[in-house]
Design a protein around this ligand. Sequence first.
Ligand code: NAP
Ligand code: MG
Length: 492
Amino acid sequence: MAVKKSNTIKLKFDSARNLAPAPESKSAAKINERYDLFINGKFEKPSGKKYFATINPANEEKLADVAEANNADVNKAVTAARTAYEKVWKKTAPKERAKYIYRIARMIQERAREFAVIETLDGGKPIRESRDFDVPTAANHFFYYAGWADKLEYAFPNRNAQPLGVAGQIIPWNFPLLMAAWKIAPALATGNTVVLKPAETTPLTALKLAEIIREADLPPGVVNIITGAGETGAAIVNHPDINKIAFTGSTNVGKIIQRAIAGTNKKATLELGGKAANIIFDDAPLDQAVEGVINGIFFNQGHVCCAGSRLYVQESVYKTVVQKLKDRMETLIVGDPMDKNTDIGAINSKEQLETINKYLKIGQQEGAEMYQSACSVPRKGFYCRPTIFTNVAQSNRIAQEEIFGPVLTIQSFRTDDEVIEKANNTPFGLSAGVWTDKGSKIFNLTTKLRAGVIWANTYNKFDPVSPFGGYKESGYGREGGLHGLQAYINLV
Ligand code: NAP
Ligand code: MG
């Protein structure tokens, strides 16, 4: 598996890996021993009296016990949201709604460090990413949608934008605070009330957000945050008094939800899985492209729905690109997510690590060639070395199925038509990347690739202003931007 490396590169590897530790302090955040359900503006004990543990995947230590909401709790939360909607929120002047949303944004900024530390401890992502990406982008979403709250008549000229009512929102574990912001901010701006469930393994930043929402004096019941596993999510989906489901998660659960709401009046947006193609043409600036590929697949341990997990490289530069990628992979620091030097933190859970390891085996059985960087990883906790597969066939499971880890498949291509065909040849259609010097090639590809978001000469760039969402089995509906407002209104 090892590759031959030049001395100069070896020196670079050593210096990157021998950086002195720069740990962020755990004490920057206060984590309670136990968290209850945030319903109607108060923290309430779960009626079934059940709690589950959330752990730190970097060292497998327990962080806190978190309440498990059963059907009765879900009903309580939906009733609180309905009452708040009818009696308060839909009657609240849009400019007043905006003030609350701005306040939440400001409070996230004020507590940014605390949020970043909790996000990293609970989910395993590098502190640098929580600090520089997740938390500021979450605050930006609240700022952005606060701005729209009293301008809906300009967003939808000559139409009257009416809220839908109570939104049930279910989010995954890869960007816990950010996904909560994506869901809550546009719902509040358009006058809806909310029942939100974070993922079982990463509930803590959503609960911290609940504390902020209480301190921001948002009227009780406008936002309810309840914790639990899949059953709690299903109880939200099936509750008859929910008007809209906003779900981000796997395609499998998305399908279950779609079946469950068929024949009801519930509206839905489903943001599901992906298997994005990242395409490098021979005229691309290769070093920049390699950086983009590294960021595309190893950001957040590859736990990214739009991760560039399939790399297509034009044949004439294939060998060069693969070697550059391997060299760059050797400089990545894998380990303690709380260390500010860390590039790749912990895999979010034992189950997810098992899934990734299963795919590593499948890839090898399918005949692909696996290469992992030579770094050491901590013994305790859940870690996976950055991995690439070459000699991959289009039909291989590792090239077709979402792995959701730091695992990249690499294939070559010769012509534009060939790579378009290969890139589109998956059940998914969430995102893609194109690296080339030629604007005409970018236009050609972006019109023919069936993906909701396509980056050119960059990757994984997010902004509250731009809509995000998929085609095919990556789901439907858009979040972010003006499109994100549409998901929460009826236009009359
Ligand atoms: P998941 O298993 O589908 O879970 C997502 C959420 O749904 C969690 O809160 C989960 O609860 C809950 N849930 C599970 N079963 C449910 C059911 N039957 N009814 C209602 N809710 C249910 O997905 P995940 O493993 O957490 O997240 C990874 C997936 O999310 C990947 O496929 C990724 O591509 C996708 N994702 C998509 C986007 C996008 O914008 N398109 C963004 C991020 C992630 P528990 O976790 O507590 O079981
Ligand atoms: Mg956790």
